[in-house]
Design a protein around this ligand. Sequence first.
Ligand code: AMP
Length: 240
Amino acid sequence: MEMHTVCKAGSRGMLTNPGPILLLGAPGAGKGTQAKILMAEWAVPQISTGDLLREMRKDPVKSISPLGQQIRQVMDAGKLVPDELVQAIVLERLQQPDTVKGYVLDGFPRTLPQAAWLDATLASGPNTLPVVAVSIQVSYTNLLRRASGRRNCPVCARIYNLYFQPPLQDTVCDVDGTPLAQRADDTEEVFSERMRTYDVLTAPVVAHYRTQGRFAEVDGELPVGEVTQAVIDAIVRLRS
Ligand code: AMP
């Protein structure tokens, strides 16, 4: 990858090639939302291991294999899929040509061994930029509401939140009246387990990037646009 270049003043991002960006944050901190905005901002892909694993679960062949069933059980319990498996999925994704200018990692690395693997993989590849990490901070109470209140329409895929963006009537979709569904790992019980997993396994990943000076923190309770601006400013600073 060529080194990042700076474009005209006035552009929100200033960077044209942002390189590998890592968004960190507890479940529900808004990593996915911010990753999608950055993706549009810099025309780079979002690489979400949660989404890639959910796609595998939907695949009619992979989902019924023993591995597919193991993944389902682990995810539904709020635990982590084995490092080697997630790393293999990420490696395959990083080899796609759309990653050349950079990409936004969302949900990976989530353990110290995954972080070490990523650093080593990038250092041994043609990519000249190391990962920069931005952590999105949200209080436990708000994280719980974001996760346990989240509902989606199984027909039109519209997303609601019973606390922050409720449907007009009960728990049915405003658009087509379909009863709303909840992701299996958004229940309060699974949320608590995911938070425990985050505290034990992912907090050291934050420390890893912080120690290396490739790390910034932003307030994830601000309005979405302000969080985006803070994330972009942090990335530009870390790349300068
Ligand atoms: P997410 O949508 O990022 O919250 O991920 C949903 C679930 O997928 C997690 O609770 C884990 O079971 C699994 N998962 C996603 N990313 C990883 C990862 N980097 N390492 C291990 N498991 C993961």
